[in-house]
Structures are given as C-alpha cells and as structure tokens.
Design a protein around this ligand. Structure first.
Ligand code: SF4
Ligand code: SF4
Ligand code: SF4
Length: 286
C-alpha cells in the first residue's frame, strides 16, 4: 500500500484518531499537515522535500482523549519519537508510526535532490529504513552518499588548539540573533519554561551579545548532550547558518564512546542522564 492508502486504512479502522504528515506546499515544497479523515488522506505526500521532523508536534499538539496519534516519520524522525518515549513524554501505545523508507531529503528546497543537494544527516544516515514502526511505506532508491563534510570540519576543529577553537566558536556565536528558532523546531526542547526565559535568577543575558550568545548556545548544547538524535532541524532553521549540530553531534559521539549509549534507538532503554552505572567511565571528566 502507498502512503495515501495506508493513511485511509488507518483512519477508517480507527487505528489512529488523526495523522500528522506532509501535504504539498509552494514551489514543490511540502508542509506539515494533519489528516483527520479519509478525504484529507488524499492530500498526504512524501518525497525528497519532506524535510520537517514532525515529531516536534507530538508534545505540542492537543492529544486525543482516546486513541492514538498517527505520524509519518522518516528513520531520523522515528529516533526522536523513541527518544520522547524514553523521556516519558509520550507512550508507545499512544502513537501509530507510519515509518517511511527514505533515501534522503534536500538541503536547498529550491533545487533538485541529488548528491550535492542533500542534508548533512543523510550523508551518514544508518536508518534509511526506520528501526521502529507500526507500518512501513515506500521503497528505497539507489543512492551513494557523498563525503560526510561535517565530519571533515569536526576533524579540523579537533586539530585546533584551545585558543583557535574558542575563536572559531566565538565568531560563529557572534552571529546568533537569539531568535530561538533552533529551540522551537527541536523535538527534544519541550520544557514548559526554557532556561532563557527564567529571570529570577536570569541565567542567560537576553540580548544578542557575545556573552549572552555564548551562554545560550553552550547551555543548549549541554541540555541536549546525549539526547540529540541528529535530525539537524535546529541547524536547518537557524537563519544565521551557525553550525550548531557540530556541538550536539559531537556530544552524541562522546555519549557513544564513553557510555556506549545512543539515544532514540530502544524505547525500553533508560536514558543516559536518567540512569547510573557504577562502572561508568569518569576518566574523561576534568
Ligand atoms: S537522515 Fe536518513 S532517514 Fe533522515 S532524511 Fe536523511 S536519509 Fe532520510
Ligand atoms: S538539537 Fe537539533 S539535531 Fe538535535 S534533536 Fe534537536 S533539532 Fe534535532
Ligand atoms: S536559530 Fe541560530 S540565530 Fe536563532 S537562536 Fe538559534 S543559534 Fe541563534
């Protein structure tokens, strides 16, 4: 069954109350869309322009009193759904995952999808077929991913000394205009009150200044340490093109190296932050 037939079947048989998916947007793009009945389902689409991580809506949408929320999810998006389950924000039994086989999505929505025009995350993706779903839809296309240029940049930064690294990040963070688009779009930024909005005490200067920008970007990265599932939505939304996923990806890599942990893979696994193992490595803490 294709996506439309699948959605119709799910809604007809009340396997979900509604389905969060994509419909056609302007100029070949797609936009988030909620299908509430079989007629709506005919408007659902999925293609290389289905970029948004729709899992962000799971904690923001009004939940049905009974029944499940259906959601169309690529492999990378499924990881955020699993992460939300691990963090007790949603229950697996309350969500119906329509997993999509996905070969990649565009970086520049004005261009055609190809090797050059693909999101960073698609260059090192290992979940083109999602690892958790209720129904799987679509076929994978032949696609040889290009070089992971973010890893190349990461290696370059790691080769810098502390002063050079500080200068690199200062230049990047100086561009920040504190719009918080990175937070709004992140499926794992769901606090009722974000630390940037706390004024007693005020932890982070609200103005877009060097000091405040540094504090915001570092605190954000720390709050997502070992929690970021690498959907790259924050960086995509950043109007100043700050490579913020470099930090959260690196933190995720460290969680893997130091604790053998990868968030958003197994709904029954306790979170890294929420669990303690006496054998946890501490040597790297200085
Ligand atoms: S990271 Fe993988 S699942 Fe996500 S959009 Fe890219 S290819 Fe698809
Ligand atoms: S920090 Fe960025 S890449 Fe990580 S989960 Fe949030 S939006 Fe996705
Ligand atoms: S999206 Fe970019 S500019 Fe806006 S707050 Fe986040 S890092 Fe700063």
């Amino acid at each position: 069954m294709n996506l439309i037939e699948t959605a119709k079947d799910i809604l007809k048989n009340k396997r979900a109350e509604f389905i969060i998916g994509y419909s056609k947007g302007k100029d070949g793009r797609t936009k988030p869309f909620i299908a509430r009945n079989e007629k709506d389902s005919e408007l659902l689409v999925f293609n290389h322009y289905s970029v948004n991580n729709l899992a962000v809506y799971l904690t923001r949408i009004k939940k049905p009193k009974e029944g499940k929320i259906g959601i169309v999810a690529k492999g990378c998006d499924v990881r955020s759904i699993i992460a939300l389950i691990q963090e007790s924000q949603i229950k697996r039994e309350n969500v119906f995952i329509i997993g999509m086989n996905c070969s990649g999505v565009v970086k520049d929505a004005d261009g055609e999808w190809n090797k050059e025009n693909t999101q960073i995350k698609c260059k090192y993706c290992q979940l083109r077929t999602p690892n958790n779903y209720d129904m799987l839809v679509g076929e994978l296309e032949e696609f040889e991913p290009p070089e992971d240029d973010q890893q190349v940049l990461m290696n370059k930064i790691e080769a810098m000394n502390a002063e050079e690294r500080f200068e690199f990040w200062q230049n990047e963070f100086d561009k920040c205009i504190k719009c918080y688009a990175c937070r709004q779009v992140c499926p794992l930024c769901y606090c009722d009150q974000c630390i940037v909005e706390k004024s007693m005490p005020q932890w982070i200067e609200p103005s877009a200044s060097s000091r405040g920008n540094f504090a915001w970007n570092l605190i954000r990265a720390f709050h997502l340490s070992g929690r970021c599932i690498g959907c790259h939505e924050c960086e995509r939304a950043c109007p100043m093109d700050i490579p913020i996923t470099l930090l959260t990806r690196k933190m995720g890599m460290l969680a893997g190296k130091e604790f053998g942990y990868k968030h958003g893979m197994d709904p029954s696994e306790p979170t890294l932050i929420g669990s303690y193992n006496i054998k946890d490595n501490e040597d790297f803490i200085k």
